[in-house]
Design a protein around this ligand. Structure first.
Ligand code: FAD
Length: 366
């Protein structure tokens, strides 16, 4: 049987995870084509900027919840058995304040529940007693999560794909149908997996108007408090957040953040950076020696990334799209992973692979 030619457009965590799972099927000949690849840092490329940890936020009964549920065992397995992937387990504290409202507290609505659906998914889930809560917190939970060093994990995904014969190439397309011309064989691809994140808003043939950015600013420091923590909100505005994530394998500690909807600006806001550092020390005083403030933080870099948000949630869907030449092109979308692209990655990619299999089986029958 001849191989099906597949182009995965996009080399963020969504494209790379889908390509890796697809590459286990020897009936597929796969090219990953993208404007940005692991190693690049660019405002148009969300994946390198992520913390990234596993803090489930999917609402009960949604595809996101299913993807998060199905992703945990894969990330845990990598943390246990494949240290070279750059993922480690971390004790995690999640605090809740009654007064918090607005975008950040809505984002964390499932995360902060004492009866959270994921309490039976992650190890060591526990509701904190009053005595264990810092001043100002009304409730909290603790559990074991993971933190991913994206600077190691994304290249690790590339190396797994290369081992399975996937070919990588740079390419920028204007119309999704043009991605069929990027297959390394020189022949037209049978199917395109669309993993272009936020830029599906503009790409001809897709132009998904439900996509929008949510700006996230971070500070990467050498300090390590020894655990991860977050809260349902801050006193600095409803779209500001506080989270501390300690990356595996010397990756430093990410201090965040914010969730600024419809903001595209890539420049670091220095005032926000100061608020981020102050809030991080207030929540995790172990970041700095006792009595010290932000001057004791050893900054590696400041950064800004745009979360590829989507009204209606993640889009995993197959479609036939008419190209500029009038011919239909089979496409499977995997876009709109918002602030949860890593923690949904394996579950979502498995759903994408099922859609690719279905679409190419239909094609073979025609
Ligand atoms: P991207 O990483 O943006 O990749 C898109 C790809 O498509 C790129 O390769 C790009 O070059 C390519 N592309 C786009 N347009 C074209 C074109 N026309 N032609 C060719 N190629 C194109 N998630 C978590 O799970 N946990 C976290 O802790 C977490 N923390 C985060 C913190 C911050 C500050 C930010 C910004 C995000 C965070 N996220 C987190 C979210 C996560 O980073 C994203 O959901 C995820 O990276 C999206 O990946 P993606 O592959 O869909 O898109």
């Amino acid at each position: 049987m001849s191989q099906h030619r597949v182009v995965v457009l996009g080399a963020g965590v969504s494209g790379l995870t889908a390509a890796f799972i697809l590459s286990k099927n020897k009936n597929y000949s796969i090219t990953v084509a993208a404007k940005h690849m692991p190693g690049d840092y660019d405002i148009e490329y969300a994946s390198p900027w992520a913390g990234a940890n596993y803090l489930p936020v999917g609402k009960e009964g949604t595809p996101s919840q299913e993807y998060e549920r199905n992703t945990w065992p894969e990330l845990a397995k990598l943390a246990k058995e494949h240290p070279e992937a750059g993922i480690h387990f971390q004790d995690t504290l999640v605090y809740r304040r009654k007064k918090d409202k607005g975008p950040v507290s809505e984002w964390f609505a499932e995360l902060i529940r004492e009866d959270a659906w994921f309490s039976k998914v992650v190890p060591n889930f526990k509701v904190l007693s009053k005595e264990e809560l810092p001043k100002g917190m009304d409730g909290g939970t603790s559990f074991t999560s993971v933190c991913i060093n994206t600077a190691i994990y994304l290249p690790w995904l590339v190396s797994q794909c290369l081992k399975n014969g996937v070919i990588f190439k740079r390419g920028v397309v204007k119309h999704i149908a043009d991605a069929t011309l990027l297959h390394h064989s020189g022949k037209k691809a049978d199917l395109v997996v669309n993993c272009t994140g936020l830029f599906s808003l503009f790409m001809e043939g897709v132009q998904d108007k439900n996509m929008y950015p949510a700006r996230g600013q971070i500070v990467l420091v050498r300090n390590d408090p020894g655990y991860m923590a977050t809260t349902s909100g801050t006193d600095d505005g409803e779209d500001e957040a506080v989270y501390i994530m300690h990356r595996a394998a010397g990756g430093g500690c990410i201090l965040g953040g914010c969730l600024q909807a419809d903001r595209w600006d890539s420049a670091v806001d220095p005032n926000l950076a100061i608020r981020i550092m102050k809030r991080a020390i207030a929540l995790t005083p172990e970041l700095v020696p006792e009595g010290k403030g932000i001057e004791a933080l050893d900054v590696i870099r400041h950064g800004v990334g745009l979360r590829p948000m989507r009204k209606g949630g993640i889009r995993t869907e197959k479609e036939t799209i008419k190209g500029p030449d009038g011919n239909g092109v089979r496409v499977v979308h995997s876009i709109g992973h918002g602030g949860y692209g890593y923690q949904t990655s394996w579950g979502c990619a498995a759903a994408v692979v099922r859609l690719v299999d279905e679409s190419l089986t239909e094609k073979a029958r025609l």
